[in-house]
Design a protein around this ligand. Sequence first.
Ligand SMILES: NC(=O)c1ccc[n+]([C@@H]2O[C@H](COP(=O)([O-])OP(=O)(O)OC[C@H]3O[C@@H](n4cnc5c(N)ncnc54)[C@H](O)[C@@H]3O)[C@@H](O)[C@H]2O)c1
Length: 251
Amino acid sequence: MRLEGKVAIVTGAASGFGKGIAERFVREGASVLIADLSAEAGEAVAAALNAERPDAARFVRTDVSRDADTAVAIATAIEAFGGLDIVVNNAGYTHRNKPMAEVTEDEFDRIFAVNVKSIFLSVRHAAPHLAAKGGSILNIASTAGLRPRPGLTWYNSSKGAVITATKSMAVELAPKQIRVNCLCPVLGQTGMTSTFLGEDTPERRAQFLATIPLGRMSTPEDIANAALYLSSDEASMITGVALEVDGGRCI
Ligand SMILES: NC(=O)c1ccc[n+]([C@@H]2O[C@H](COP(=O)([O-])OP(=O)(O)OC[C@H]3O[C@@H](n4cnc5c(N)ncnc54)[C@H](O)[C@@H]3O)[C@@H](O)[C@H]2O)c1
């Protein structure tokens, strides 16, 4: 029960890494607001968590790139659970793996709106309410922001921005004792995998796996374990880090 009594918002928690984080946080005692575009999947995750522990989770349909939606999600968490301790900015979007000049302007704008602008919107609404003791923001970046490879240039750039924003937010919020960190996962089996790979074939997967020293993709459980540590009071002296969860990929 490492998050007992804490209130968390996890964006993009209807699927993949965010779902794994929400499940782990609830099992560690937190109350979790699931903010996602997908109402059907988000409601299902909340219902399953409430079956484990009554009133452990709530779902609010949210487009994290929209200011009004973000305000409602944060206000709902505070109203439903009586405060706010942890914000996990996890929702993400990417263009399919392709040459950078073939990415459309709409794709570019959406990538930066969902991956970067969302953090700006979220901190504006959340920071005034985050608990002075133990307040934590965790952004989900990517190894793509540390060791970019061809084919995902604008996604890679957005994750580079997430890493720099994390460090800058960490120093700016430190006087309020709010910690800000980010995770850099390597390729994981989620809703985004085939878009990252472009051509999702056994050969392409084998080629990618060969670049990960530990020899496997990341899992939602791997990301949830790291998120749990950085969001808990065990990490109370840790702020501004970009933690690779990548089986050695970035070495
Ligand atoms: N899967 C990987 O290989 C990988 C690697 C590194 C980083 N990441 C990052 O992890 C995060 C989670 O992605 P995932 O891999 O679990 O993918 P996923 O597709 O399984 O989950 C993403 C979730 O975000 C939601 N979402 C998308 N746009 C949204 C919006 N505008 N507002 C609210 N919700 C929105 C989707 O509905 C979905 O539930 C993303 O930030 C992604 O960039 C993924």
